[in-house]
Design a protein around this ligand. Structure first.
Ligand code: ADP
Ligand code: MG
Length: 695
């Protein structure tokens, strides 16, 4: 019962198992849908072709797909290369020219013999007053009429994969869809008028008109709900598992904590105070803490983490803080060491750069407990890093680490409390889908004394003015980030654009211009970044790799090229790199005025607000209004069927549903529980099932 049910096996086979799919096709399908048969089920149509329009040729309208019965009159092979092959047909009322480019004449003579009747289906066009059908989708005899579907779904295509072939493959795949036991609550399903799972898949793949493609269609709603329920059940099971994990009650030491507070040279903001109290309350309890600290760049997460570490130290234990990169680890060290030393806490930092004797000394201090606070990178995962007594693991910027790595780190202290810090703001409705397994503290205010960033939209034809204006900023010893356009799906082109801009700025401003991009080795990146941080470079040209966490308070100018191509939350993260010192900062968004209304609204949102949570809410709203940016750029969670912008109501329902399910049947043993296990396997939530087994 703890293995995947056999009924799902056909779904997890390679698409090769589908009749008509060979190795070449498998690759193409993997590109558009995924490697398994189930991926084909989730690969829903994006359009629909209605072939029912069957006019008299005399009255036919152009720019419509039509199916007409005609007699073939004559063939006109092209007179020279490059011209189309024409086959003239009639239905008695009027004429139709079937047009073929690069056609093989022999083949067409067999397909369309002169004097015979054929049914052709395709898009009609007028050209020089003649009615034409270029490359009919179907050419069949009257006996074969049934081969032309009245209505046909359109799938997302890719080079090498045609509509006809994908239709055939999808049909074959869909004919093998299993009937699964119902996992939905029957009353809920009835209330919503949702079909069964296999029916929903079939309906979603057989739209009858454009309206059936809507995410609000009952079939698509059901499939979205299934996915969200699998997600919420996973979150609830993970959470249940967390709550079972033994932690330790850390009393802390009030005198030390007060010293730590005093070591901060500033007053905590209200939400920092609340977060610190929530964290300390968790730490005092016997359960293991799993808490997320969510706050915009610059909202002061590090200070909160430091106070939590001081609480651990007050209980005689060690803490560790993990950063995704060397440079971020060094930056944490710089911030934390100052605070820590003032209250007698010892900090060591371990990164991949530390070797030999130095590394050995650091390891000794970690092992004998003389290091209270350990800062580092992935290097901390190594086996010979042994803590005397680790009680708190702080993980910075969670999206850079996998869950797997979180586990590895926890192994260094099996009962250690876990605090994850993230600067990715997520709309409230979606927090449950991403962080539903953790408790959440949010930093909602900016520390006092920060100047707002002056954000301006400048059309891209004024780029040379912007380049010239940097002169004055450089004279004032300001530092400048120049972020280069994002070219969808091509790192190579990103890079080419950045290199070109780099050379251009170097011509104007000389050697104090640096270049940073994703293809560089980590050590090379760190070197350029450090040169910029130390003021050896005035301008740093980069692709979006600067997005995460680097703190250069002297950087007060950011120029973003083709800002309209970035996701809102990405723009917000980028801009968070400036405005970190006391100086006035300016962000220039160069944009192409030819973009649509929604893109303009997005840019206006970022110009008018610096509140990450507000911006992420707007982002979601604008997506609901028809935005088509990839989810990858948005910081929003990725689902296959659910669209948070349309299905946010379902999220809350799935959350309640999952709770209720586990309240009544914590081991998922009832008949519905067993069906729900199948749902979890269907969405590859095998880890969640593991929690059941161990429970
Ligand atoms: P985050 O990690 O959330 O991006 P940091 O913790 O790095 O933010 O804080 C950014 C800067 O603000 C640091 O220099 C930090 O010392 C300072 N800071 C943090 N909290 C406050 C506060 N309450 N008042 C003034 N400055 C603060
Ligand atoms: Mg605890």
């Amino acid at each position: 019962m703890t293995a995947r049910p056999f009924v799902l096996d056909p779904l997890f086979q390679s698409t090769k198992a589908v009749p008509g799919v060979g190795p070449r096709m498998t690759k193409l399908l993997e590109k558009v849908a995924g490697p398994c048969v189930s991926d084909l089920f989730w690969h829903l149509p994006v359009g629909v072709i209605d072939r029912r329009y069957a006019p008299n040729l005399r009255a036919a309208q152009a720019d419509k797909v039509a199916t007409v019965t005609v007699r073939v009159e004559a063939h006109f092979p092209p007179k020279r290369d490059g011209l189309p092959y024409k086959v003239k047909c009639t239905d008695g009322s009027g004429w139709l020219d079937l047009m073929f480019f690069n056609a093989k004449g022999d083949y067409l003579e067999v397909q369309l013999p002169v004097g015979e009747t054929r049914i052709v289906s395709g898009r009609l066009e007028f050209y020089n007053g003649y009615l034409q059908m270029p490359h009919p989708d179907y050419i069949v005899t009257e006996e074969q009429r049934g081969q032309i579907p009245a209505i046909e779904p359109v799938y997302p295509l890719t080079a090498g994969l045609t509509q006809k072939v994908s239709l055939k493959i999808m049909r074959a795949a869909l004919s093998r869809i299993p009937v699964l036991d119902e996992w939905l609550d029957p009353a809920h399903q009835q209330r919503e008028h949702w079909p069964r799972w296999h029916e929903a898949i079939q309906q979603a793949h057989n739209p009858q008109d454009e309206a059936d493609l809507s995410p609000k269609h009952p079939a698509r709603m059901r499939l979205a709900y299934d996915e969200l329920l699998a997600n919420q059940l996973t979150m609830a099971l993970t959470r249940q598992n967390h709550k079972r994990q033994k932690g330790r009650a850390l009393a802390g030491d009030d005198a030390l904590f007060q010293k730590a507070l005093a070591a901060l040279s500033f007053e905590l903001t209200g939400s920092q105070k609340t977060a610190v109290e929530e964290i300390r309350a968790d730490m005092r309890q016997g359960m293991r803490m799993h808490r997320l600290l969510q706050g915009d760049v610059g909202s002061g997460k590090t200070a909160v983490a430091f106070l939590a570490m001081a609480h651990a130290a007050g209980s005689g234990c060690q803490s560790v803080i993990m950063a995704p990169t060397e440079i971020l680890a060094r930056q944490h060290e710089k911030n934390i060491r100052g605070f820590a030393e003032k209250c007698g806490l010892r900090v060591v930092t371990l990164t991949g750069r530390d070797k030999g004797k130095i590394r050995k000394e650091i390891l000794e201090q970690i092992a004998d407990g003389s290091a209270h606070i350990v800062i580092g990178t992935h290097a901390l995962f190594q086996e010979d890093v042994i803590f005397k007594d680790l009680a708190l693991a702080v993980i910075d910027e969670q999206h850079r680490f996998g869950v797997h790595q979180r586990l590895l780190l926890s192994e260094k202290g099996a009962t250690a409390d876990v605090l994850v810090m993230t600067a990715t703001p997520i709309p409230r409705t979606l927090t449950l889908t991403v962080y539903g397994d953790m408790d959440v503290s949010r930093l909602t205010e900016k520390p006092a004394g920060r100047q707002p960033i002056d954000t301006r939209l400048v059309t891209d034809e004024r780029i040379s003015e912007v380049v010239e204006a940097l002169q004055r900023k450089i004279e004032q010893k300001d530092r400048i980030y120049w972020v280069c356009p994002l070219v969808e799906e091509s790192e190579k082109l990103d890079l080419a654009a950045a290199e070109e801009r780099f050379l251009h700025l170097q011509q104007r401003y000389g050697q104090r211009v640096g270049l940073l991009h994703g293809r560089m080795k980590p050590a090379e990146k760190d070197k350029v970044m450090e040169a910029f941080a130390h003021g050896e470079l005035d301008i740093l040209v980069s692709t979006t790799v600067i997005e995460v966490g680097v703190d250069v308070p002297e950087a007060t100018v950011m120029v973003i090229e083709h800002a309209e191509r970035f996701g809102l939350s990405q723009l917000h993260q980028l801009r968070g790199r400036i405005g970190r010192g006391s100086g006035k900062s300016i962000c220039i968004l160069l944009w192409n005025p030819k973009v649509g209304e929604i893109a303009k609204k997005r840019l206006a949102t970022i110009r008018d607000s610096e509140d990450g949570f507000f911006i992420s809410e707007q982002d979601l709203k604008l997506r609901g209004a028809g935005e088509v940016l990839g989810t990858r750029q948005s910081g929003l969670p990725e689902f296959r069927l659910a669209h948070p912008e349309f299905h946010s109501d379902l999220i809350a329902t799935a959350y309640d549903d999952a709770r209720l399910i586990l309240d009544r049947d914590p081991g998922l043993l009832s008949p519905r529980g067993i069906a729900l296990r199948t749902l979890l396997y269907l969405f590859e939530r095998d880890t969640a099932i593991k929690y059941l087994r161990s429970g």
